[in-house]
Design a protein around this ligand. Sequence first.
Ligand SMILES: *[C@@H]1O[C@H](CO)[C@@H](O)[C@H](O)[C@H]1NC(C)=O
Ligand SMILES: *[C@@H]1O[C@H](CO)[C@@H](O)[C@H](O)[C@H]1NC(C)=O
Ligand SMILES: *[C@@H]1O[C@H](CO)[C@@H](O)[C@H](O)[C@H]1NC(C)=O
Length: 272
Amino acid sequence: MATLGQIIFYSMVTLIILFMTVIILILALALTVGSLEVLSKDKMAIANLGEDALLSCYLNSDSQDARLKGVSVSWQKTGLTGLVYKYEDGAPKLSNQNSQFKGRTQLFPDALLLGNASLLLRRVRGSDAGEYSCSISSSAGGGKVDINLRTGAFSAPSFKFSNGVLTAEASRWLPKPNVTWSHYDGQVLSGITNFKENSAGIFSLVSTLQPVNVSQTYTCSIQNDLVTAVSTVTADSDVSGKTYFIYSAASMPFASTYLSIMTTVLCMYSIT
Ligand SMILES: *[C@@H]1O[C@H](CO)[C@@H](O)[C@H](O)[C@H]1NC(C)=O
Ligand SMILES: *[C@@H]1O[C@H](CO)[C@@H](O)[C@H](O)[C@H]1NC(C)=O
Ligand SMILES: *[C@@H]1O[C@H](CO)[C@@H](O)[C@H](O)[C@H]1NC(C)=O
């Protein structure tokens, strides 16, 4: 039972919160318009172990071919002593580079003059996973962006079909995935999957589906919490699968903050 006083009080609180939200939004908008920002095309990057990865970081500016002056870039990794990469006064400055990254990193000098400080990381290792920050400064302005890199292994399967048995073989997966087969009409089918772990802890798999109807099309999904490989394959003599990869976007702290603000506002409404 809410008294009139309580109703007025909670209404006021709700209104104040709403006004503050609006003001913050307006301020945020005013600050971003017309100023340079450092962005990344992929703030939740996923890299395949042993392969090269590009960590995207660039200064967005309206004038595409405006060459920047006095560009300096610093790539750092949370919890790491030393730097991942540094570029200053027109040259790499790698004396303070952590040995983990020695000989495995580079920027793109031509792109750099246009504000693109994306980092190429060669032969990705499990220990490369973590939080990176990329800072750019230039005569025109600068800023910083954080990038989370997750590492795993994933490879497209190859297919075989003989004696009514459809077989998928994939050589590199980490973490250990699960395999799901389905008929083209969506019906889930039960296949049998065997895994083998190599000395580096990476899994290979062989998954079989039977009985299979000749000339019908099946879907094979190999999934772990980083990547899903979806293959469509038709069961005939020249069996070949088409595979595409879906990269998972991990839950973002921003989304949950936004949710909790909304929940607070909603709760206040239901009290009043
Ligand atoms: C930055 O440069 C890299 C390497 O040339 C390129 O792959 C990437 O698309 C560029 N990013 C932007 C936003 O221009
Ligand atoms: C094979 O085809 C039959 C008839 O169309 C269907 O009922 C059955 O589910 C199919 N089996 C598989 C494994 O696709
Ligand atoms: C397969 O693995 C993913 C990621 O670990 C999980 O979300 C999903 O529920 C699993 N699916 C099955 C059928 O076990």
